[in-house]
Design a protein around this ligand. Structure first.
Ligand code: TXA
Ligand code: MG
Length: 327
C-alpha cells in the first residue's frame, strides 16, 4: 500500500541491481531508475494492478497516460506502428531522449489504464546502461513517468526521488545525477509530425532528420478538454515557491536563479543565488535546472526570480519548464 512500503536502494553499477529491479517489476513492484533525462518510476506496463499502484504512489490523475520504455526498436515495434518517419527518427535517435507517440498495434499488451484509453502509445528507448539492464532483464515494456509526486519538479538525482517517494515505492536504483536533466522530447506522428513536448532533444536536430518543420501543438489542444499531450497542463513541474521569469533585477525577499555572467541589480540582497551556467551554456543549464529549482525552493524565499534564457536549442525546453513552474 502506498505510504507503507520500505523503500530499498541499489547502486546502478552493482551487477545485481538490474536483476533485483527486474524481479521487483515482475511481481508488480514499483522501481525508480535513472535514465539520461530524469529518473523514471517504473511498473510492468502489462500489469493493470501495478500501473494503478504507480498512479497512486505519484498522486497522478489517471487521465494522464504514461510512456512505455523498452530496450530497443525491435521491442517497440511490437507495441506501436512505425511509419517511415517514425522509423527514421527511431534509427537516428534511439537510444536517447526522444519519445514517439504512435498508433498502438493490435497485439499491444500495455494496460488500458496506462494509455488513458487513447489508441496511441508513447514509447521510448532510454540510453543509460542502468535503464537498459533493467529493461533487458525484465524483458517487457515498463511504463515510467518521472519519479516525482505529481505536479512536482522532475527528479535528476536519487535523493530527489527519495524526497518525493520514499515509503511509497519498492526500490530506487541510484545511478548518480542524470546527464541531460530535462525530460525527453515528445513527437506525435500524425498527419503532421507534432512537437508535443519540447525536451532533451532539440527541435532542430529532429527537423534535420525529418526533412520538415515540426508542427506545434494546435492551441485548442494545449490545455483543453481533449489535450493531445494530456500531461502538459500549465501548472506542472512547479516548486512551492512562486517563480518570476525574465528577471532583470532582484526584488526584496527573492532568491535568484541566474544564467550567464552579466551583473543583475539587487543580486547582493538575494536570499540565495544559484547560476544555471556562468558561461551561458544551455546543456549545462538543462542539467542543473530541476536540482537548482528544488534547492531554491528550500531557501524560504518569497519568490524565485529567474534571469532570461535564450530560446534556441535546449533553451526551448528549459523555457517551457520555467513557464510551467511560474504558472
Ligand atoms: O524523459 C522522460 O520522458 C521521462 C523518463 C522517465 O523517461 N518520463 C516522463 O514521463 O517525463 P511523464 O509521465 O512525466 O511525462 C510523459 C508525458 C505526459 O505529459 C503524458 O501526458 C504524455 O507524455 N503522453 C503519454 N502518452 C501519451 C499519448 N499516447 N499521447 C500524448 N501524450 C502522451
Ligand atoms: Mg512528469
Amino acid at each position: 500500500m502506498a505510504g507503507a512500503l520500505v523503500t530499498s536502494e541499489a547502486a546502478a553499477n552493482d551487477p545485481a541491481a538490474a536483476s533485483e529491479a527486474a524481479r521487483c517489476l515482475a511481481r508488480g513492484g514499483l522501481v525508480a531508475f535513472p535514465t539520461e533525462t530524469v529518473y523514471g518510476l517504473g511498473a510492468d506496463a502489462t500489469n493493470a494492478d501495478a500501473v494503478a499502484q504507480l498512479y497512486l504512489a505519484k498522486g497522478r490523475p489517471s487521465f494522464n497516460p504514461l510512456i512505455a520504455h523498452v530496450a530497443d526498436l525491435a521491442a517497440a515495434r511490437h507495441l506501436a506502428r512505425f511509419d517511415e518517419r517514425a522509423e527514421r527518427l527511431a534509427q537516428a535517435f534511439w537510444p536517447g531522449p526522444l519519445t514517439l507517440v504512435l498508433p498502438k498495434t493490435s497485439s499491444c499488451r500495455v494496460a488500458e489504464l496506462a494509455t488513458a484509453g487513447l489508441d496511441t502509445l508513447a514509447v521510448r528507448v532510454p540510453a543509460t546502461p542502468g535503464a537498459s539492464g533493467i529493461l533487458r532483464g525484465f524483458g517487457g515494456p515498463v511504463v515510467a513517468p518521472s519519479a516525482n509526486r505529481s505536479g512536482h519538479v522532475s527528479p535528476t538525482t536519487a535523493a530527489h526521488v527519495r524526497a518525493d517517494l520514499s515509503g511509497r515505492i519498492d526500490l530506487i536504483v541510484n545511478g548518480g545525477p542524470t546527464r541531460i536533466g530535462l525530460e525527453s522530447t515528445i513527437i506525435g506522428i500524425f498527419d503532421k509530425a507534432l512537437l508535443l513536448r519540447p525536451g532533451g532533444l532539440p527541435r532542430a536536430d529532429i527537423e534535420a532528420v525529418l526533412g520538415e518543420r515540426l508542427a506545434d501543438l494546435p492551441l485548442d489542444h494545449r490545455d483543453g478538454a481533449q489535450p493531445l499531450a494530456p500531461g502538459l497542463l500549465a501548472s506542472h513541474y512547479a516548486p512551492r515557491t512562486p517563480v518570476r521569469l525574465n528577471a532583470t533585477h532582484v526584488e526584496e525577499g527573492e532568491a535568484l536563479l541566474a544564467f550567464g555572467n552579466s551583473a543583475i541589480s539587487g543580486a547582493d540582497r538575494a536570499v540565495a543565488v544559484l547560476n544555471l551556467s556562468e558561461r551561458g551554456n544551455l546543456a549545462d543549464a538543462a542539467t542543473r535546472l530541476f536540482g537548482d529549482l528544488r534547492s531554491l525552493d528550500g531557501k524560504g524565499a518569497r519568490r524565485i526570480a529567474v534571469m532570461p534564457i535564450p530560446e534556441d536549442g535546449l533553451g526551448e525546453a528549459i523555457n517551457d519548464r520555467l513557464r510551467r513552474a511560474a504558472a
